[in-house]
Design a protein around this ligand. Structure first.
Ligand SMILES: [Zn+2]
Ligand SMILES: [Zn+2]
Length: 445
């Protein structure tokens, strides 16, 4: 960026932001906050093009959970460029940045960084350069938007009445990176955390979320059902694990349909069945695998226990043995994602001011899981969907599709929402915070 452009940008920022924070006595009033300027700033090419460039670089080089080494390095280079201090490594590849006073209140905004094991089928200039890996869940865009918010917030740092904590977390896709971030203790003094996820069928410029349960708690299981192999035409000398596994699968469906409250949404799905290799051989064993979902801890644990009982019990009925593994090492249980009710009202107010109240939609809960839930177990948290759908363009594919595409026009909305949610939180909630003990929180930086 040329010198004159910097002067221009600083002038805009000075004019936009100084009044927001300069008068602390009136800061709890929302009415004077010109938060629309955040969106204007995020749409400015100096921020927008910068985000697009970051997003495309990350998209070309997708990295799996806890292996986001180059993504993490890129994030740190951008934070260095902005003069933002950070902690690293946190949870292997995670980066925690700080903007503001270094003192309370602390408010966090989060982006996940990991990609998926799948081949990109979108033909475009910045297609994945790593065979078999793809950013098909939009986490490349999430990182770019959080950095965009950081760029905006850094410019008004001296006026922030507290500290914004930037959370770049690894391994959302099943690895529970959020849990490792929480366990690392870096969010100890944080009062609230906000996150977003891009969504293909919410309109560009709109958002969707709800108070309370938004995403389900999710777990995985794998079972090995062992019998005794033999000739397919002489079954009396074998113990058939195929028939046993088939009955197991049918019985698993009865847990939700016959045992669960129909008003308490739950899912048990068997998505994997491996057994046998020939038409005329009864195999020794069958392996099945699946997932289960629920919106409360009690229902979730009930499903977990009943899945184990049904598999071992039904296998025994058919003279087979069964072992059930809930894969806690590789795929930890995600708790339900439950949005804080107070933060829901706050979010509606901020997003409504920024986008227009008609652009802030309520949505039904969905059975997908999100490891943002781990933050919400530790502190009040709120996550929402960010719209990308442009009605005049071809429809976008859903996340985890090999044809998944980001509408990059959504990036400024995400950056502005992150920045607004964090900045306004500090202004509105600082007076409710505990008194500052001088020096006490400097270690946080
Ligand atoms: Zn995903
Ligand atoms: Zn995702």
């Amino acid at each position: 960026m040329g010198f004159s452009k910097w002067v221009n940008l600083l002038f805009i920022i000075f004019n936009c932001f100084l009044p927001i924070f300069s008068d602390s006595s009136s800061s709890t009033s929302n009415d004077n906050l010109p938060i629309n300027k955040f969106l204007d700033l995020a749409k400015n090419p100096q921020v927008f093009d910068w985000m697009v460039d970051i997003r495309r670089k990350i998209h070309e080089n997708p990295e799996m959970g806890y292996e986001e080494f180059e993504t993490s390095e890129l994030i740190r280079a951008k934070l260095d460029e902005l003069g933002i201090p950070y902690k690293h490594p946190v949870a292997v590849t995670g980066v925690i940045g700080y903007i503001g006073t270094g003192l309370p209140p602390f408010v966090a905004i989060r982006a996940d960084m990991d990609a998926l094991l799948m081949e990109e089928l979108v033909e475009w200039e910045h297609k994945s350069k790593v065979p078999g890996k793809m950013h098909a869940c939009g986490h490349d865009a999430h990182v770019a938007m959080l950095l965009g918010a950081a760029k905006i917030l850094k410019e008004l740092e001296k006026d922030l009445p507290g500290t914004v904590v930037l959370v770049f977390q690894p391994a959302e896709e099943g690895g529970g990176g959020a849990k490792k971030i929480v366990d690392a203790g870096v969010l100890k003094n944080v009062s609230a955390i906000f996150g977003l996820h891009v969504n293909h069928d919410t309109s560009l410029g709109a958002v969707a979320s709800r108070s309370g349960p938004l995403f389900a708690g999710s777990g995985f299981f794998e079972a090995i059902i062992s019998g005794k192999g033999g000739h397919a035409a002489i079954p009396q000398h074998a113990i058939d694990p195929i028939v046993a596994a088939s009955n197991v699968i049918v019985s698993l469906q009865h847990i939700v349909s016959r045992e669960a409250d129909p008003l308490d949404t739950q899912v048990v799905t068997v998505g994997n069945f491996q057994g046998g290799g020939a038409f005329n051989v009864i195999p020794d064993s069958v392996t099945i695998g699946g997932t289960f979902r629920a919106f409360s801890h009690e229902s979730f644990m009930h499903l977990r226990n009943r899945i184990e009982q049904v598999i071992t019990g039904q296998a025994a009925v058919h003279r087979c043995n069964a072992t059930v593994n809930f894969l806690q090492e590789e795929k930890i249980f995600f708790p339900p994602t439950i949005n804080d009710a107070g933060l829901h009202d706050y979010f509606r107010s901020v997003a409504g001011s920024l986008l227009g109240v008609d652009k802030v939609n309520d949505m039904q809960p969905v059975m997908g899981g999100e490891d943002f839930a781990f933050y919400q177990q530790a502190l009040p948290g709120y996550i929402f969907l960010l719209g990308m759908r442009n009605p005049s363009a071809e429809p976008l594919h859903i996340v985890h599709s090999p044809y998944f595409k980001i509408n990059e026009d959504a990036l400024p909305y995400g950056a502005a929402l992150h920045a607004s949610l964090a900045a306004r939180y500090l202004v509105e909630f600082r007076q409710e915070e505990v008194p500052v003990v001088e020096g006490k929180y400097h270690d946080e930086l």
